[in-house]
Design a binder for this molecule. Structure first.
Ligand SMILES: Cc1cc2nc3c(=O)[nH]c(=O)nc-3n(C[C@H](O)[C@H](O)[C@H](O)COP(=O)(O)O)c2cc1C
Length: 206
């Protein structure tokens, strides 16, 4: 018995070592932590809209993110009209003639609502502001039962396109703002497993 007790800490270390992806298996009695731990990138959606009131609630959570000097160095455009969303994808394909058309059409992962987030070019922390805004939006959505996906590829396809004038005119960001991140929303039609995380990247320093 005494030997077993002595071995217990070793067993605990081994178990933790075998599981480098800490996940909360049991739901906790904490809604924020539950939303964080249950959120996953969703790449399959039911083609049903998200009510604009709900999207507004998500956006209000977004703009309440911490941001440098409260400059709110972001602008957001929301497209929930399928025809307009299709038009953006068509323009993206046209602006990237060397890209297989299905990449331009698939890069939004079928999300029925797409948010386009632009950063203020004149503020050096604006990309972080946009990231924190997007994080709040995704967690708020999760807590409301709405799936989301953060997307970098449409940003590349628009910003690096041979011609993106029409898309940028459609989005209508202010001067000195550039597209930084997209986040898609919708009702999830899949429940992906959590991808592994490496807790060893985090260390206390004494
Ligand atoms: C800045 C950024 C850009 C991303 N771009 C894409 C993308 O273009 N396409 C895509 O399918 N997923 C994209 N993702 C989603 C990541 O692949 C995903 O968050 C990551 O694999 C972890 O999975 P999880 O979100 O389910 O935890 C992006 C995420 C971030 C934060």
């Amino acid at each position: 018995m005494r030997q077993f007790l002595l071995l217990l800490p070793l067993l605990a270390i081994t178990l933790v070592g075998c599981n480098p992806t800490p996940q909360n298996k049991e739901p906790m009695n904490n809604e924020v932590i539950n939303a964080i731990m249950s959120r996953r990138s969703i790449r399959q959606y039911h083609q049903m809209p998200v009510a604009r009131d709900t999207m507004m609630q998500i956006m209000i959570c977004g703009i309440n993110a911490a941001n440098g000097q409260n400059k709110q160095s972001w602008e957001v455009r929301i497209i929930d009209n399928p025809t307009t969303l299709q038009k953006v994808q068509d323009l993206m394909a046209a602006g990237n003639p060397n890209l297989p058309a299905e990449m331009a059409h698939g890069c939004m992962r079928g999300a029925p609502v797409m948010t386009f987030i632009a950063r203020d070019r004149n503020y050096d922390f604006s990309a972080y502001d946009c990231g924190l805004l997007a994080g709040n939006m995704m967690l708020a959505a999760q807590s409301l039962g709405i799936g989301s996906i953060c997307l970098g590829s449409p940003v590349r396809f628009i910003n690096d396109a041979e011609n993106s004038d029409d898309i940028l005119a459609l989005l209508g960001f202010s001067e000195n703002y550039e597209l930084c991140l997209c986040v898609g929303f919708g009702y999830a039609n899949e429940s992906p497993e959590a991808k592994p995380r490496d807790i060893n990247k985090v260390q206390f320093v004494d």
